[in-house]
Design a protein around this ligand. Structure first.
Ligand SMILES: [Mg+2]
Length: 357
């Protein structure tokens, strides 16, 4: 029986090659918490937390460290530990920073379990390695900038691209969509993402006006937890509505499914409660035949998508590549898990030394 010996936590700030703009914020560096769960036999499971803002980087790292003593000497059993920790935090709740810290531990435990069994995570979970279509991201970069990025992504082999929109006018959104479609042609899928920036009235108007553009999906037109408005927009829209990256845990997932908030769902492995939470969310989506994608965490998420009954697209991102020895590789726009043991998170220690704070 494998037991947990220690948990080590580091905080890094990784600069982005290009600042990432959305309708709601600009991100120019990735504040990351790196967690190592070390087993008594020396095997080490790793995970990454992305804290969005540096303001919560240290508090988040401290939280993981403070939770660690609850796990020392415990059996390596990610599902059981996930339930045990959820129960411990029931009075406080498991959203926000607590949820992030619990996800860091869960992802590292699954990585350790897969490594201990000498299996890629996908096989540890009972799934099969297979290629999945991946899309690349276009920031909030205006007509020319968005078209330039789209061209580069298509040249890299992506069969889908997703652009941030939510400019001050609908016409500007349309200009950006048209400029991208001119350079990508008809065979490449274009999705758009409002990053929760519209009010429900404006969202209804814009979504309706976009219906003739053959978009793959329209993402988060309104607040992620405004399930009523999302559901109204979803039922009125000819284009599928996508949401999910900001839902916390499987109860949010259940509420979203119950209210028919979106046609497609893309839970985030951190906010959904790590590998344990994401796999449960995938089962819930499968019960309703809802196509499911990931949000960020491409290395871990490709393993999970290969296990999901209604897997849709892999969202690719290279933001955290600098801390990884072997970032996820794409071949002709398709991603697949590597056949090495674990979830694809192996540290580049010399890079981490440079970025550690
Ligand atoms: Mg999004």
């Amino acid at each position: 029986m494998l037991k947990i010996k220690e948990i080590n936590v580091r905080a890094v700030k990784v600069p982005m090659s290009e600042p990432h703009q959305t309708a709601s914020a600009i991100i120019s560096e990735s504040p990351l918490v790196l967690t190592d769960v070390v087993l008594e036999n020396g095997i080490c499971g790793n995970s990454i937390l992305f804290t969005y803002t540096p303001a919560v980087l240290k508090p988040c790292a401290d939280l993981v460290s403070n939770i660690a003593p609850l796990l020392i000497g415990e059996q390596l059993a990610p599902l059981a530990i996930s339930d045990m920790l959820s129960a411990k935090f029931r009075l406080l709740g498991t959203q926000g920073l607590v949820g992030m810290a619990l996800a860091a531990i869960d992802m590292a435990l699954w990585d350790a379990l897969a490594k201990a069994n000498d299996l890629p995570l996908v096989n540890q979970l009972g799934g099969k390695i297979k290629p999945m279509p991946a899309y690349g991201a276009i920031g909030f970069d205006g007509v020319n900038g968005s078209a330039r990025t789209a061209e580069r992504l298509v040249a890299q082999g992506f069969t889908g691209v997703k652009a941030k929109i939510g400019y001050s006018t609908l016409q500007q959104d349309i200009d950006v969509v048209e400029s991208i479609q001119r350079v990508i042609g008809e065979d490449i899928t274009l999705m758009v993402d409002y990053n929760q920036s519209l009010n429900p009235v404006e969202a209804m108007l814009r979504v309706e006006e976009l219906h003739g553009y053959g978009l793959g999906w329209i993402e988060e037109p309104v607040l992620a937890h405004d399930f009523d408005s999302l559901a109204r927009i979803t039922s009125a829209s000819a284009i599928p509505i996508q949401a999910g990256e900001n839902w916390w845990g499987i109860l949010d997932m259940q509420h979203a499914i119950d209210s028919e908030a979106s046609d497609y769902m893309m839970p985030d492995v951190m906010k959904m409660g790590g590998v344990s939470g994401w796999m449960k969310a995938a089962a819930m989506a499968q019960a309703k035949s809802i196509p499911i994608s990931n949000h960020l965490w491409p290395e871990v998420s490709i393993h999970l998508l290969c296990c999901a009954g209604t897997a849709h697209w892999l969202e690719y991102s290279d933001w955290w590549n600098p801390v990884l020895i072997e970032p996820l590789e794409l071949i002709d726009g398709m991603a697949q898990p590597s056949d090495k043991p674990g979830s694809g998170i192996q540290w580049d220690e010399s890079a981490i030394e440079k970025f550690q704070i």
